[in-house]
Design a protein around this ligand. Structure first.
Ligand SMILES: [Ca+2]
Ligand SMILES: [Ca+2]
Ligand SMILES: [Ca+2]
Length: 256
């Protein structure tokens, strides 16, 4: 009886592996990745996490296309990606800059710190997502906050003159991408020190708001299996680093 249960479990696991689903690493593997963080809080935790996640590979902006085709693959259709704001499933090969295409959205808007698309923050898959070309242009480089009127072509998303509110299903994802960027980029690698603050209208300053709202979104939309899987695909196949706030949501409150 026991043998049969073990075999069934093993079969299930190998089936999952075959179907292309990447399982989140075991607790032990993650403990290992974050070794040295035990007992740390506040700035000491942020510093240690910065050191850990800075061990990474940088992609070129062109390689980001292939990266997103893997990280954001539609779990129900391997030919498609899921678009961040609209939630639509669209053909992987409809990537580009024309109406009807999807493109590479910088969730930490690249003008906030002016990092462009050279290898670095501008090519970091942890905050890059496929979005509809027109919806991306509506988000523009606005800070994140609640409110506004509903975005054309992206139901459940709202915007006004100075801010953008993503749909409920990805609010936490957006927050965790911003928190990752703040820890990953500390001004030590030729790029600006990216930090969240509590305002909108940050323009080209290396800040992104609003942190109080992002922390609410982080709590209301905790990491799910799809987001955890995305983190692992980036870790195993592309950059070899992880977003700590997906693995340890409690760390957001210990730093901010
Ligand atoms: Ca606003
Ligand atoms: Ca989510
Ligand atoms: Ca920073």
């Amino acid at each position: 009886m026991r043998t049969r249960i073990v075999r069934t479990l093993a079969g299930t696991l190998s089936l999952l592996a075959l179907s292309g689903t990447v399982l989140a690493p075991s607790a032990t593997a993650q403990d290992d990745y974050y070794s040295g963080t035990e007992g740390l809080t506040g700035d000491a935790l942020k510093t240690k996490l910065h050191e850990i996640i800075s061990e990474s590979e940088q992609l070129t902006y062109d390689q980001v296309w292939e990266g997103l085709q893997a990280t954001d693959q539609d779990p129900a259709n391997p030919d498609n990606v899921i678009l961040l704001y609209s939630g639509e499933s669209r053909a992987k090969d409809a990537n580009g800059g024309d109406v009807g295409d999807w493109n590479r959205e910088h969730v930490w808007a690249k003008s906030h710190g002016d990092f462009g698309t050279a290898p670095g923050p501008g090519t970091d898959l942890h905050h890059l997502r496929p979005t509809d070309v027109q919806v991306n242009s509506t988000r523009d480089s606005k800070d994140f906050d609640n409110g506004g009127s509903e975005v054309d072509g992206a139901p459940g998303n709202y915007t006004d003159d100075d801010s953008f509110e993503p749909r409920d299903e990805v609010k936490g994802d957006v927050a965790r991408m911003i928190l990752y960027m703040a820890v990953r980029y500390e001004g030590t690698d030729g790029f600006a020190d990216l930090e969240p603050n509590d305002q909108v209208g940050n323009g080209s300053a290396p800040y992104l708001g609003r942190i109080s709202v992002l922390l609410e979104w982080h709590a209301s939309d905790p990491p799910d299996a799809v987001e955890q899987n995305r983190n692992t695909v980036i870790y195993e196949r592309f950059q070899h680093n992880r977003n700590p706030f997906i693995d340890h949501p409690e760390w957001a409150g210990e730093i901010w």
